[in-house]
Design a protein around this ligand. Structure first.
Ligand code: KG4
Ligand code: ZN
Length: 341
């Protein structure tokens, strides 16, 4: 089963070819530099960039996979959630390809694709569900922060999510206040490595709340007040590193504590994590420590599969086809606010 997948939900134009659970190619054209100038993703610019890049990216994916369009068995694309105009480009292009080739088409939920991405491993990456276990999964990205309980493959339910900003958004907005360029998450991660996470005390929102929801907008506001009260701090590299480490620690402490608590309460033996923020070194390290301490198996999405990519869309589409899910019609529409149930 050979699948061509597209992902254009935000600011990465991506196409991938997946065959029988193995990623044959994964091409990603990032728009980060384009949006950096504006301090965040500009939807109209993102859509134009997807339009410009989608066909070359798809051609690259097919060429690198050594696959001709006629050899495809199905086409898949992200249906939502995401920026409406951005989603439209990849979704409608995928439907057009499916129509031209008379192949089945699948519209995939972006978060569901992240959710199963920790099960993709190796080189070339292969979807390996052989030791699949019931798990609690943290999906943590620029747009969302979700805790889900995965009962069995393709059977999951959301336990909680952010009530305001996502964790990645908090990294990005706090970084913007510090004068770092968009997206600031990776830069904060880098600077934090040289800083003291205990230097400044930031709030850990909802840390002691027994529920599974998150809230990060207050933390961002406290960084704003902190910088208002310490205007010269940004001129001192060492203290900037301390600030990055302290903000990162506040975010990571909440993510780790709430994930572990949900895992214990739901009596799972496995924890997984995915999404762009799962690239964060402190999150990877602290989740590994906590899981080891508490006796949970841990599967983190590989770094290259944490940020948005079409390979995870293709892998999930393949699993859905195997499971016999109903195919989408070619007049299906995008669903920009399609939350994971
Ligand atoms: O999953 P993703 O590529 O896009 C969304 O679906 O949102 O995640 C992007 C987010 C951005 O907020 C970015 O700052 C964050 O992931 N991110 C990181 C790191 N790498 C990416 N945050 C913290 N540390 C990192 N190393
Ligand atoms: Zn994502």
């Amino acid at each position: 089963m050979t699948i061509l997948a597209f992902e254009t939900s935000c600011d990465e134009t991506s196409a991938a070819v997946v065959r029988d659970g193995k990623i044959l190619s994964s091409a990603v054209s990032s728009q980060i530099e384009l949006h950096a100038e504006y301090g965040g993703v500009v939807p109209e610019l993102a859509a134009r960039e997807h339009l410009r890049n989608l066909i070359p990216v798809a051609q690259t994916a097919l060429r690198e996979a050594g696959v001709q369009p006629e050899q495809l068995d199905a086409v898949a694309a992200t249906r939502g959630p995401g920026l409406p105009t951005a989603l439209l480009i990849g979704f409608k292009a995928a439907q057009a390809v499916a129509f031209a080739l008379r192949k089945p088409f699948l519209g995939i939920n972006h978060h569901e694709a992240h959710l199963y991405s920790p099960w993709i491993r190796g080189e070339p990456p292969v979807a390996d569900f052989s030791d699949f276990q019931r798990n609690v999964s943290l999906i943590v990205s620029g747009g969302h922060t979700i805790l889900a309980l995965v009962e069995s493959e393709l059977k999951h339910r959301v336990l909680g999510s952010t009530v305001d900003d996502a964790a990645g958004e908090c990294f990005d907005k706090a970084g913007k206040l510090m004068g770092l360029s968009y997206p600031a998450g990776p830069e904060i991660d880098r600077l934090a490595e040289q800083g003291n996470p205990k230097a400044f005390d930031f709030p850990r929102p909802l840390l002691n709340d027994p529920g599974d929801n998150f809230s990060f907008s207050g933390l961002k506001t406290s960084v704003r007040y902190f910088l208002r009260d310490n205007p010269n701090l940004l001129n001192d590299k060492r203290r900037l590193c301390d600030l990055c480490a302290s903000v990162q620690a506040a975010i990571v402490d909440v993510l780790v504590a709430k994930t572990i608590r949900a895992a214990k309460r739901n009596h799972v033996r496995c924890v997984t994590a995915s999404g762009g923020v799962t690239c964060n070194s402190a999150l990877r390290r602290d989740l590994a420590c906590a899981c080891k301490r508490e006796g949970f198996a841990l599967r983190l999405a590989e770094k290259g599969l944490c940020t948005d990519n079409a390979a995870m869309i293709g892998i999930l589409a393949g699993r859905k086809l195997l499971a016999g899910v109903e195919l989408a019609s070619l007049d299906q529409e995008i669903n920009p606010s399609w939350e994971l149930a």
